[in-house]
Design a protein around this ligand. Structure first.
Ligand SMILES: NC(=O)c1ccc[n+]([C@@H]2O[C@H](COP(=O)([O-])OP(=O)(O)OC[C@H]3O[C@@H](n4cnc5c(N)ncnc54)[C@H](OP(=O)(O)O)[C@@H]3O)[C@@H](O)[C@H]2O)c1
Length: 251
């Protein structure tokens, strides 16, 4: 889908991958963008960007976001569900609220936003992008619950291909470890060791933009990761061995 003149919402726009994507999208002529996050003071000022404070884990707040977009832009052509976070942890006690908290942001919110886009656009062509992760293919040690949220998005993509409306494009993004605040937020301690491979958020952002322009189904910003998904089909044990060594057990 062309990006010029489109009405866009991007969540998780206050930092990392979302912020870099926002910087690229706002350059396209005629775009109007609602940039979403909780710390909206971090969003740079652009003429065509409206910062919007919203906790995307809450149904009512997502409803209000769509209402706001209708009032300000009279519609939404591209929705990028990028907001998300991780847990670095050892699972050792039952905690419903802990699981619910991450699923609300990482899974319920993107799926619900997709439903809202379908309802809003019975005919108007639209693109829906969500940021999954490389861990949607290969779970990362001690990121078990987080990985499961991204596997859930992968399942959504697998299913939606059978019922995708003709006017819709859906794409998932699969970044590898990206140098953002993500690791601080999930309190990861890799004991000084860098997860491999890594990439920068601007690289992921330009892959997202290309993915929208080319209506890509799976957006893989890392070539090494793309090759590993092919290799993993033939040598799954090798991939598991690499993953096992990536992160140490939490103290
Ligand atoms: N960094 C990586 O290694 C990596 C790898 C694969 C996939 N990803 C995925 O990429 C996406 C972006 O992460 P990032 O790496 O850019 O991390 P980041 O720098 O920590 O950014 C996370 C963004 O999500 C927003 N967010 C989180 N919870 C929210 C909520 N409840 N409501 C509204 N906004 C919320 C944050 O905004 P506020 O705090 O302002 O609300 C922030 O803008 C996530 O979905 C993450 O799972 C990251």
């Amino acid at each position: 889908m062309k990006i010029e003149n489109k009405r866009i919402i991007i969540t998780g726009a206050t930092s990392g991958i979302g912020l870099e994507t926002l910087k690229l999208l706002q350059k396209f002529q005629g775009t109007r963008i609602i940039a979403v996050g909780r710390k909206i003071e971090l969003i740079p000022k652009y003429e065509n960007v409206i910062p919007y404070k919203c906790d995307v884990s809450q149904e009512k707040e997502v409803d209000a976001l769509f209402q706001f977009a209708l009032e300000k832009m009279n519609g939404i052509d591209i929705f990028i569900a990028n907001a998300g976070f991780g847990y670095y942890e050892k699972i050792n006690k039952p905690d419903w609220a802990h699981i619910e908290h991450i699923y609300q942001t990482n899974v319920f919110s993107p799926l619900y936003s997709y439903q809202k886009m379908v309802e809003l656009n019975p005919e108007n062509p639209f693109s829906f992008i969500a940021t999954a992760s490389a861990v949607a293919f290969y779970a990362l040690p001690y990121y078990t619950i987080y990985s499961s949220t991204k596997y859930a998005l992968n399942g959504f993509l697998d299913g939606i291909q059978y019922e995708l409306p003709k006017n819709a494009h859906v794409g998932l993004v699969y970044p590898v470890a990206t140098k953002t605040k993500f690791f601080q937020t999930s309190s990861i301690s890799t004991q000084g060791k860098e997860i491999w491979p890594t990439q920068t958020p601007d690289k992921v952002a330009s892959a997202i933009v290309k993915g929208i322009l080319k209506n890509k189904w799976k957006i893989m910003p890392s070539t090494i990761f793309y090759l590993s998904t092919i290799m993993g089909k033939f040598f799954p044990c090798m991939i598991r061995m690499v993953m096992k060594k990536q992160v140490k057990e939490p103290a």
